[in-house]
Design a binder for this molecule. Structure first.
Ligand code: FES
Length: 169
């Protein structure tokens, strides 16, 4: 009788240890399959467009590059192939790297344009290079997706594809 109880107890204890070990090893395996947090954040950057104020440039890092997002002024003209609408407001996005030789242009809030200090390059608020200045083309648009008021950099959504279509036409 005593022996039976002891065997039952040992059996349950060993079973418990085995179950804990199995859960721990499954957890360890899952952790090794999952991408590192740094990889996830390097691939996608998400932020809320509703936090932006008109005419004030917001810069985030995406895959090691500076990306600007600008909610354009209410009286600004829509630049086809560069601007998109969310909730009735115009936004524009681009990789803030000069297409001349790769410097980082700064944004002048008063004039709503970018100026590159390296060789005098200029871009308008939508990232389009100004004629007569060194940059040969507009700043690049990163792939992005709009999900409600959230922008996800790194995914190709319909707004991004629509901008590309205008560029091709
Ligand atoms: S790198 Fe910007 S103008 Fe030359």
């Amino acid at each position: 009788m005593q022996d039976t109880k002891r065997r039952d107890f040992l059996g349950m204890a060993l079973g418990g240890v085995a179950a804990v070990g199995a859960v721990a090893s499954l957890y360890a395996m899952k952790r090794s399959w999952d991408p590192l947090p740094s990889v996830v954040s390097a691939g996608f950057t998400t932020f809320d467009l509703s936090a932006l104020q008109e005419g004030i440039l917001h810069t985030v890092e995406w895959r090691g590059k500076p990306v600007y997002i600008l909610k354009k002024l209410a009286n600004a003209q829509k630049v086809e192939g560069r601007d998109f609408e969310v909730g009735g407001a115009l936004y524009t996005v681009g990789i803030q790297i000069c297409t001349h030789l790769g410097c980082i242009p700064s944004f002048n809030q008063a004039s709503q344009e970018f100026a590159c200090a390296c060789h005098g390059g200029r871009f308008d608020a939508s990232g389009v290079n100004e004629a007569g200045t060194p940059p040969p083309r507009p700043m690049d648009i990163p792939p992005f997706k709009i999900d409600g008021t959230k922008m996800v950099l790194g995914e190709e959504g319909q707004e991004y594809k629509a901008l590309l279509e205008v560029k091709k036409a």
